[in-house]
Design a protein around this ligand. Structure first.
Ligand SMILES: [Zn+2]
Length: 331
């Protein structure tokens, strides 16, 4: 049975080879944008490391306990730490105690630490010790959206697996294999920026796709509003609810904005980069006409910085308000 992963064929080959050679690294760092497939790839790797009945090393049998339980997150040899909202030092300490035990069932004890860029500094430092003094039979799998957001000492002790967006053609075909209509598959592949997780979520939950429309309508509103209107919009964008929910909401809106502003920037330079939001560019044509490329670049930079600030637990409202001040007025 194959790993059934959309794209990232080179990474699958590399990881399978590490299993075939029976020399997995002590730690891996899967880096890439949200929904690109980091956790799915890490989980398949954990499954392949633990599978007991594959025809060949590195493959999956699909029926053994590991193959059934790893994807569910209930296999006893695969620990799973997901930040809520972020990994804390106590989580890491408890994990280290569990990792010190011998594997229960499979050959390896594996820990999957999601979004490690959100881990607290003390948690990252606590993890460093484990990375420096690897225990026998332990494989650590970290995911992060950008390696610059991690301690360099953490990165240097991991085999880094950088994942980029999957090509539009590959993603579209994979969606069609999952019974999505060809035309819709093409559209989702482009608009999701080659992120399989996002395309699949949009396919199964159309209301999430609606949120993209809402985000772009918000952007248009910001461009035509005065400061007061923009601050009211910032307030609505952050919304109510618990901090992790607010952060996800702001993050998703800003990612949509960033994707569109990149398109607007490239349009200005007449670069031969296919736009990510071809359906929405006409609505923002006036920005290309009236905002000089340097200013557009400034917005792209401000958006990236705001996204990083949002991840760093900045005050969300302040971060969005500061961004609002940097957007051009384009009525
Ligand atoms: Zn199996």
């Amino acid at each position: 049975m194959s790993w059934d992963l959309i794209g990232h064929a080179w990474a699958v080959r590399l990881l399978k080879q590490h299993i075939v050679d029976q020399r997995p690294r002590h730690a891996y760092l899967f880096v890439g944008p949200e929904s690109v497939g980091k956790r799915t790839l890490a989980s398949r790797f954990a499954q392949a490391l633990s599978c007991e009945a594959a025809d060949k090393p590195g493959e999956l049998c699909g029926v053994c306990r590991a193959c059934r339980l790893v994807p569910e997150g209930t296999f006893p040899d695969v620990e799973h730490l997901a930040p809520d909202p972020s990994i804390q030092v106590d989580d890491v300490r408890a994990l280290k105690r569990r990792l010190a035990l011998a594997p229960y069932e499979g050959p390896w004890r594996i820990a999957l630490l999601e979004n490690f860029h959100l881990a607290s500094i003390s948690a990252a430092n606590a993890m460093l010790k484990t990375l420096e003094e690897p225990a026998d039979k332990v494989v650590l799998l970290l995911t992060a959206t950008a390696q610059e957001q991690l301690l360099p000492t953490v990165v240097s002790r991991c085999e880094v697996i950088p994942l980029r967006g999957v090509s539009t053609a590959t993603l579209s075909l994979a969606l069609q294999d999952r019974a999505v209509e060809p035309e819709k598959a093409d559209m989702l592949a482009v608009l999701s920026e080659g992120r399989p997780g996002r395309a699949l979520r949009w396919e199964s939950e159309p209301e999430l796709f609606e949120r993209r429309s809402e985000a772009l309508e918000n952007l248009n509103e910001a461009l035509i509003s005065d400061i007061r209107g923009r601050f009211e919009l910032a307030d609505r964008m952050v919304g109510r609810g618990k901090l992790p929910v607010q952060r996800r909401r702001v993050r998703s809106t800003l990612e949509t904005w960033l994707s569109l502003w990149r398109d607007l920037l490239y349009q200005g330079y007449q670069a031969e980069v296919p736009p990510r939001n071809p359906d929405r560019l006409p609505a923002f044509e006036r920005v290309v006409e009236r905002v000089v490329p340097a200013h557009r670049y400034g917005v792209v930079k401000a958006l990236s910085q705001t996204l990083a600030a949002v991840d760093r637990h900045a005050n969300l409202r302040l971060a969005v308000e500061a961004l609002m001040l940097k957007l051009p007025a384009v009525p």
